[in-house]
Design a protein around this ligand. Sequence first.
Ligand code: NAD
Length: 258
Amino acid sequence: MLNLTGKKALITGIANNRSIAWGIAQQLHQAGAELGVTYLPDEKGRFEKKVGSLVEPLNPSLFEPCNVQDDAQVDAVFDAIASKWGKFDILIHCLAFANKDDLTGEFSATSREGFKTALDISSYSLTRLAKSAKPLMNEGGAIVTLTYLGGVKVIPNYNVMGVAKSALEMSVRYLAAELGPQGVRVNAISAGPIRTLASSAVGGILDMIRHVEETAPLRRTVTQEEVGNAATFLCSPLASGITGQVLYVDAGYEIMGM
Ligand code: NAD
């Protein structure tokens, strides 16, 4: 069992109990980390209520709204970290969004606005969060983001999100090079397909999961808990020599040619 007692971890991207970020939050909590959680605010306050009651048993010492497209909200999160925690150790970036229309059909039909939205929320947000996190992160700290095979290979309907994941994976390398000298590591986990709110927007997701279950070496897809375990490892001293990498947590699907 990894011991992250005394470490402070900010987790973005929990929407509900199917979220990959929820799997990561539970594993980091089990390892002893103190958690801060952000949620995407909406007009009716539904996410605040839902995510708030879900994470309550994990006793987060910070619970802040954060739409990553809003610089003022991002700044407010890190102001809260500075005043409550001073410094912190772990940043989990576990969020993405593209318009549903852009996650089905022909890639060439992607609109300019749809392209901008997907890249802004799903890729640029990592750089924006890292910019604010950088002066507040302790030596030995770690940033982990979530990507998918569709950022490397063509996956039906993944379309603009594949381009966003490609940019995200390259951002991991540039950030790893920049933050390495201060002792902060930056890595990505490329997870196999899991049924979540975000993945349900991708056309044919159930067929994709079935295909993985039939062809991946482990003949199944992965769970939120398995992704959470890998994230906890990447954030721990056991991974102290690993940065700028994409770790596949996908039941082995990525190695298969045919
Ligand atoms: P999810 O719907 O549970 O999580 C997506 C999160 O993004 C939600 O919490 C949502 O509130 C947040 N979000 C969307 N727009 C935002 C914004 N403007 N500001 C702040 N937060 C915003 O789905 P998930 O599958 O757990 O997705 C988490 C990450 O995992 C994503 O990066 C996704 O691409 C990646 N991923 C998912 C799968 C899969 O099959 N589910 C596979 C590989 C990678």
